[in-house]
Write a protein that binds this ligand. Structure first.
Ligand code: PAF
Length: 281
């Protein structure tokens, strides 16, 4: 496994691999790798000749006052996990390599970046789209691997890849959960024991939603109310949003139909957590 920090060196290494006709699978990450990331890496390993993992805590996707400084950076643990998972290249640039002085070009995926998480995190998805566009121009993967946990991010990246003609396909892998149901997230380390228990209300409320839909409930307003009622039983929980939208374009649904995404963001104490479930009718 090679660790590369400079964009030009990464590009050169990938071009050399591609010249030999080898396929490249790419897993973009911000490090603090957990089983969720590893499930993407394993899938990339299975599907491709070469696997590239980027580890870059992207300043452009953190708003002022968010957790950029304290975001976990367990570098040597991440390297060991990548090595064990059979990664060929880690691309781990410095912020200066990605955003050199005078940087002015950003990618916005119009509209999709202002709904759901975009409402309370203005600029977040512009930062995500910009860094992923840059990473794609450096790594030129055949396949990009993303997690369903970040459903809105996946929809936005899919749109951008299509709109900007990046020659890559996208594979979305299911959310990995603890036995308790808690969706894995690098931010779970911020939770104390009590908060971690309270955080189960996210997956529990999504399970309830799935059950109610199975039982025939189709009215999105009523479903939202039931989810909100369950979450509000936890004192430490503060709902940011509960959204019932079309899974492909994130348009709100009044009636549950087709491919439906139920997504939520909830603050547990000071930690903002997201989770979602996809329901197909
Ligand atoms: O999902 C993440 O970890 C990040 O948003 C991504 C896609 C690596 C871009 O910084």
């Amino acid at each position: 496994m090679k660790i590369i920090t400079r964009p030009a060196a990464m590009f050169k290494a990938v071009m050399a691999v591609k010249a030999k006709g080898k396929s490249v699978g790419f897993v973009p990450t911000m490090g603090a790798l957990h089983e969720g990331h590893l499930s993407l890496i394993r899938r990339a390993r299975k599907d491709n000749d070469i696997v590239v993992v980027s580890i870059f805590v992207n300043p452009a996707q953190f708003a002022p006052g968010e957790d950029l400084k304290k975001y976990p950076r367990p570098v040597s643990q991440d390297i060991a996990l990548c090595r064990k998972a059979g990664v060929d290249f880690i691309f781990s640039p410095s912020p200066k390599d990605i955003y050199p002085e005078g940087f002015k070009t950003y990618v916005s995926v119009d509209g999709l970046d202002r709904v759901l998480c975009g409402k309370s995190r203005p600029g977040h998805f512009r930062g995500v789209a910009t860094v992923v566009a840059k990473l794609l121009n450096i790594v030129w993967p055949d396949v990009i691997y993303l997690g369903q946990k970040d459903a809105q991010q996946a929809v936005i990246i899919k749109r951008m890849v299509e709109d900007l003609n990046f020659p890559a396909s996208i594979r979305i892998m299911p959310t990995v959960r603890e036995k308790s149901g808690l969706a894995l997230s690098s931010r779970n380390v911020y939770l104390n024991i009590k908060e971690k228990e309270d955080a189960l209300v996210l997956s529990k409320s999504l399970n309830l939603a799935s059950l109610l839909i199975k039982g025939g409930l189709r009215d999105a307003g009523r479903l939202t109310k039931r989810i909100r009622e369950l979450i509000s039983k936890k004192k430490s929980a503060k709902v940011d949003y509960i959204a019932i939208v079309n899974a492909d374009d994130l348009e709100p649904l009044n009636k549950i139909k087709g491919s439906c995404l139920i997504a939520l963001a909830v603050r547990i104490g000071k930690t903002r957590l997201i989770d979602n479930v996809l329901v197909k009718i």
